[in-house]
Structures are given as C-alpha cells and as structure tokens.
Ligand binder design. Structure first.
Ligand code: HEC
Length: 177
C-alpha cells in the first residue's frame, strides 16, 4: 500500500516535471531572440568584446623553432603560476603567493626564461609588454607581502589583475610562428 502510494507519487512528479519542461522549452523558443538580446547587453556592459571574436589581427612573430617551443613551455608555466598564486591567496598564504610571483613571473624570473635571447627576436612593443608583466608581478609580490601584515586581500587581487592585464594585452596583439 505504502509502496503503491510512493509509486503513484513518483509518476505524478514525473508528469509535472515533464509538463514543466515542455512549458519551459516553449517559453525558451518563443523568447529565444529576446534572451539573446539580454545576454548581449549584459556582456556589453561588463567586457565589451567578450563575445566579439572579430578577425585575427595579431601580428605574427617569427621565432626559431627551439625558441618557440621554449617560449610556449614558459607560457604554460606562467598560467600554472597564476593558478598557484590564486590558490595561495585563497588560503591567506600571502608570502607564498609573493614568492611564486617574484620567482616565476617577476623581475627575478628574467634569467630563467632566456629573456635576453628572445627580446632580440621580439618586436619592441611585445618586449615592452613583457617587461611590464615582469614589473607588475614584482609589484604584486610587494603588495602580497604587505597583505601578510594587513590581510588586505582586495589589494592583492587588484595587483594580480595588473599582471594578467599584461597577459591579455600581449595575447591580443601577437602570435608566434
Ligand atoms: C610579451 C607577450 C606575452 C605575455 C606578457 C604573455 N604571453 Fe602568453 N603567449 C604569448 C604568445 C605570442 C603566445 C602564442 C600565441 C599564438 O601563437 O597563438 C602565448 C601563448 C600562451 C599560452 C599557450 C601555450 C601553448 O602551449 O600553446 C599560454 C597558456 C599563455 N600564453 C599564458 C600566459 C599567461 C598566463 C601570461 C601572463 C601571466 C602570459 N601568457 C603572458 C605572448 C605573451
């Protein structure tokens, strides 16, 4: 008896879910365009070009094969460093975040990346963004060390966004061959 009730309840619930699902799908079809409009507007307010993949206007930079391989491996380490910094910040490990930033992205990382070599091949604009990234990372390290005393997480996020702004700027302007 109780089992039957349970079964009945189950099928009623299924029916309701199904009807609700169909109603929602119809609603979505009817208002599809309207929804798209809202999305576009929402994105437009935040980051203007988030959905706007225009033509690829990046300057093609020719690197010797070995240097290209080395550079891309360095890039993957940059991304890993950013991830490690975020993880450290989320645990209030400000000194650890500072250390990763300085050693892997900051001015102290210049020797490790063979920067002198590749800066000969880079266009001046690209090298300038690279230098700016190293500076921003070292600046982040200072802000993060301060935060270990003040606990000012917001300041570290702001400083970190100045680092990633340089990743974005360079990626928007240059690609490798
Ligand atoms: C001075 C220029 C410059 C800066 C600064 C820069 N990158 Fe790059 N990065 C490049 C170029 C050029 C490529 C190759 C893109 C292409 O050819 O399509 C690249 C590729 C990458 C790749 C792909 C690697 C692969 O294996 O293909 C990752 C990941 C990456 N960058 C992460 C980062 C992160 C994270 C930062 C900032 C912390 C950063 N980059 C800063 C120029 C830069």
């Amino acid at each position: 008896m109780a089992l039957n009730r349970l079964k009945q309840g189950f099928w009623v619930a299924c029916g309701v879910t199904l009807v609700a699902g169909i109603a929602w799908a119809q609603h979505d079809m009817k208002h599809g365009d309207e929804h798209k409009g809202h999305h576009a507007e929402a994105h437009g307010k935040g980051s203007a070009h988030a959905h706007d993949f225009g033509p690829d206007t990046r300057e093609l930079v020719k690197y010797p094969a070995k240097m290209r391989e080395h550079t891309l491996a360095g890039m993957r380490d940059h991304l890993k460093a950013i991830q490690e910094i975020q993880a450290a910040l989320s645990r209030d490990q400000f000194d650890a975040a500072a250390e990763v930033a300085e050693q892997r992205l900051g001015m102290s990382s210049l020797g490790r990346h063979g920067a002198a070599e590749s800066s000969k091949v880079m266009p001046a604009g690209m090298a300038a963004i690279g230098t700016q990234m190293h500076r921003a990372a070292s600046q982040f390290a200072v802000v993060a060390r301060d935060a270990s005393a003040t606990g000012d997480l917001k300041a570290t996020l702001k400083a970190l966004s100045h680092v990633t702004a340089q990743c974005v700027a360079c990626h928007a302007a240059y690609k490798l061959q």
